[in-house]
Design a protein around this ligand. Structure first.
Ligand code: NAD
Ligand code: DAU
Length: 351
């Protein structure tokens, strides 16, 4: 059967890298990118492949079951890689219901439509759900998240992603759908919306604006270059075992304050500023409510069983990332106009 893969959320940060990888690498697959184009979705992320003969974009919402059903029919969808989601923790604190609607209801809608479209041949199709390490909760010792670690989500965002993971596994168990789930650590790289720590700091350093560090900046995240996550998704899609979960991570833990300092140092060099100039922009602000202390992924399973590992060292990846933002001022101007300004003011003005 010729593959016709539905990738949801393909206009977002990670989704756009997955779409670009699949469209250019697998010319005999049809890639259908479904995205509602919320504030986080941006077709400019896909310029390189927009005219490719094996690529179609469809603007639709995963909450809309009728649109999904007709798309499965018209494009004869054989497999799903599901990335569409509300993805920002701070937004989930201000509006939890939006996260339930998209991440939980939207995912269940998609599962239902896939189940109906694939009735009688569920063993021939794959539903791949892309999830996060945040479902495992917050680490307070030096241990790591394993695939067997019990779920303990702490924010409305991670609770909604945990719920969607449970639904995917429930459909595998109950209806015998072929599913696979991967849980990845923090991504960074080109096309990252500048509400997240790394692109926000790059943008603010460039524009001499304060760098808001939550609490004392002691929280720890494990960072992975986005193209390495896209490669991992390719690996899991093609080689992952049905019903399995794969943790994906960078083996690359950093305290937030150390990342912010590194960005200041590198950007001072690139912008020709005197050493120490940008560090003066660091501003400690009120901590995120319920802020998870540390995330750290043990990615041994995907390494040993599927042969995936990160291709880039962080030093290299962060250089590529900063250079991309400095060279793509138009992209930044477009995404930081309009509603971004209101969001930024609401969130940071009185912190
Ligand atoms: P993003 O916010 O950049 O992109 C999300 C995309 O989904 C956008 O294009 C948006 O328009 C689309 N979308 C949102 N609601 C939709 C809806 N109702 N219907 C259709 N499309 C909709 O997110 P991201 O950072 O690229 O994350 C993608 C996925 O990967 C998410 O499921 C997220 O939970 C997961 N993830 C992200 C990270 C990370 O560090 N960013 C790490 C691990 C897992
Ligand atoms: O771990 C994977 C997750 O990583 C993904 O599932 C999420 O979709 C993604 O947004 C990301 O979540 P985080 O909350 O870890 O990412 P964020 O970039 O928002 O924050 C990273 C750390 O930096 C976190 O400890 C909060 C802190 N922070 C963040 C912002 C936006 C600041 O100190 N200041 C800021 O302005």
């Amino acid at each position: 059967m010729k593959k016709s893969i539905l990738i949801t959320g393909g206009a977002g940060f990670i989704g756009s890298h997955v779409v670009k990888l699949f469209v250019s690498k697998y010319k005999d697959y049809q890639i259908v990118n479904l995205d509602a184009l919320t504030y986080a979705g941006n077709l400019e992320n896909l310029k390189e492949i927009e005219g490719a003969p094996n690529y179609t974009f469809v603007k639709a919402d995963i909450k809309d079951a009728d649109s999904l059903a007709s798309l499965f029919e018209s494009h004869k969808i054989t497999d799903v890689i599901h990335l569409a989601a509300e993805s920002h923790v701070d937004r989930s604190i201000s509006d939890p219901l939006a996260f339930v609607m998209t991440n939980v209801i939207g995912t269940v809608n998609l599962l239902n439509v896939a189940k109906e479209a694939w009735e009688g041949e569920l063993d021939q199709h794959l539903f791949y759900h892309v999830s996060t390490d945040e479902v495992y909760g917050s680490l307070h010792d030096d241990s790591f998240f394993l695939e067997t670690t019990a779920y303990d989500p702490q924010s409305p965002y991670s609770a909604s992603k945990a719920s969607s993971d449970h639904f995917v596994r429930a459909y595998a168990n109950t209806y015998k759908m072929r599913t696979v789930v991967s849980n990845c650590s923090n991504n960074y790289g080109p096309n990252h919306f500048p509400e997240k720590l790394i692109p926000l700091c790059i943008y603010n350093i460039k524009n001499n604006k304060p760098l808001p560090v939550y609490g004392k900046g002691e929280n720890v995240r494990d960072w992975l270059f986005v193209k390495d996550h896209a490669r991992a998704i390719d690996t899991v899609f093609h080689q992952g075992k049905s019903g399995e979960t794969y943790n994906i991570g960078g083996f690359n833990e950093w305290k937030n304050i150390d990342i912010v300092r590194l960005l200041c140092e590198k950007m001072d060099q690139k912008l020709g500023r005197t050493e120490g100039t940008s560090e003066k922009l660091i501003t400690y602000v009120t901590d995120r409510a319920g802020h998870d202390h540390r995330y750290a992924i043990d990615a041994t399973k995907i390494q040993k069983e599927l042969g995936w590992e990160p291709s880039l060292q962080f030093e290299e990846g962060i250089e590529i990332t900063i250079d991309w933002y400095l060279a793509n001022q138009d992209w930044l101007d477009h995404v930081t106009s309009g509603s971004y300004k209101d969001y930024y003011q609401d969130l940071y003005e009185n912190r």
